[in-house]
Design a binder for this molecule. Sequence first.
Ligand code: NAI
Ligand code: 2PC
Length: 377
Amino acid sequence: MSSSTPAYYNADAVRQVLSWPLVNRAVETALVAIVKQDAETHPQSTSFACQPKRSFTACGKEPGRILFTMPAYVGNYSLESPKSPGDAQQSRSTLACKLVTSFRENPARDPPLPSIHAHVLLFDNQTGQLSAIMEGTDLTTWRTVSASLVATKYLYFRRFGSQAELERSINVAIVGCGVQGQLHAAAFCANFRVKQLNLYNRTLAKAQVLADELQRTLDTESETQVKACSSAHEACQDADVICIATYAKESVIQFADLKAKQGVHINAVGAGEVHFSELAPDIYHQAKVYVDCYTNAEAELVGLPAPITAEVGQIILSENYPKETEITIFQSMGAFLLSLLNYMTISVFFKVILKFTSHCFYLRHGLGGRLCGPGGS
Ligand SMILES: NC(=O)C1=CN([C@@H]2O[C@H](COP(=O)(O)OP(=O)(O)OC[C@H]3O[C@@H](n4cnc5c(N)ncnc54)[C@H](O)[C@@H]3O)[C@@H](O)[C@H]2O)C=CC1
Ligand SMILES: O=C([O-])C1=[NH+]CCC1
């Protein structure tokens, strides 16, 4: 029996510490760490990241109700103290498991509920005892959006030069305006220079509400024009970058919908029973496909109508960016390691919050600093 009750961190506590610079840095580090698991490419590394493929549990005979189990272990990582950057502290390890439910009919309930709910369980890595439970729904949404931002930075912008994500203005289309679509829309405006933001949803009213909300909250100086569109074609026809996050079982975007049929990047985030059903096969036939993590891709992308070119982390490391005219797809599936490293990074902020509480959560986990990469390198 556990000697103490696990600490519980609710959604408000997690939400308070999420910011784009923090989450993007953590996700970028994690995408690279996934590649660094390969001992041949990093024989000297003493760090260890283990993320076995996740499991799916169908909840009853009705489709569209799934429990994902996503375990991960990050061993022997060094953390840099925010007070003394560059001063790597002793290495640390974390064992955790994220549990995510995806119930796609939830938004149609009265009152509506989100489709995705998540919790993270954290274990003492010496004794295996459960030491904390953390609400993980926002973490999942932010992590997923951040993976699209990082993929766009390296697979789209960097083809135009090393500063292009700061200098170049783009047109963005968001297809699917649910939880993911809404945060993708806000995050692309917050992180990049967006000229035109087009929104498409199966129910037009939902896209219109989001367009009104964004236009209201955007800075009056902002160059961004926001428009709700009545078809995916209208939303995508001038888009440089497309983010699609639906539960569609049949393709919503065809090759003919793409701007000039070249030089477009697509973040394919959602899908129905299979991950790649949102985009028509004719897009895959013309595109280069990148994934967050081969372990899950090999298991979950069976039948993908194109070969996988690389993991995003490999592109970050190699700087071997796509050509300007290429169509690229980031086939985002979700890797718990990305959430876990987010958690490790945000724990430094929990340290601040917890200073005034009796929980010494960060001490128990030895997570008092900023993640600086495997083996402290
Ligand atoms: N890649 C990843 O890491 C993650 C992926 N997801 C996936 O992203 C997708 C969206 O998730 P949420 O935004 O949380 O769901 P949501 O239920 O909040 O939003 C889904 C939106 O898609 C629209 N939609 C559904 N079917 C459609 C169709 N056939 N055609 C056009 N639009 C359609 C709905 O009107 C709704 O606005 C899901 O497939 C979910 O599994 C969610 C979290 C992480
Ligand atoms: O990574 C994740 O948490 C998920 N991917 C698909 C649904 C939830």
